[in-house]
Design a binder for this molecule. Structure first.
Ligand code: DQA
Length: 144
């Protein structure tokens, strides 16, 4: 069975309670269930990891080089997560960057991701649906 890595960065473990007017009321568990539902037909298992620190996210990437694909919401590490960027540069599976909120409609420091140039795709501003769409994109991209 192939694994889909669902990787969430700092402050995303509190979804549901964290600024619901910005991020909505779905919890991370809701998002995990939605992604699992999306990829069940292909027989993929979702490996969901949320960490507050960049180093732990890097360790998780390094331990999952054989995943079929990955969905990454890096949180604020999008802004200056250079070590995470370097780890992603040698991460073999296809991966999609997701942001729940429309970062372009927010503060200017959120307008540029140092990670996005390496991603196979980016989904921004569609709330939890973005994770489902990223899963669909990976299903389409990875050969059966
Ligand atoms: C976020 C957007 C980031 O700017 C912010 O730091 C987050 C969440 C999003 O999903 O909209 O933590 O990645």
């Amino acid at each position: 069975m192939s694994d889909l890595l669902l990787l969430n960065g700092p402050n995303l473990g509190t979804l549901g309670r964290r600024e619901p007017e910005v991020y909505g009321t779905d919890t991370l568990a809701d998002i995990e269930a939605a992604v699992a539902d999306e990829v069940a037909g292909r027989g993929w298992k979702v490996v969901s990891v949320q960490r507050e620190s960049e180093g732990e996210l890097i360790h998780t990437l390094q331990a999952n080089y054989d995943a079929a694909g990955a969905i990454l919401n890096p949180g604020a590490l999008m802004i200056a997560g250079w070590s995470l960027r370097d780890a992603l540069a040698s991460f073999p599976p296809p991966w999609i960057e997701v942001h729940l909120s429309n970062v372009y409609a927010r503060e200017s420091f959120r307008h540029q991701s140092v990670l996005a140039p390496l991603a196979n795709g980016v989904v921004i501003g569609l709330g939890p649906l973005g994770y489902r769409l990223a899963a669909q994109a990976l299903l389409a991209k990875v050969p059966t």
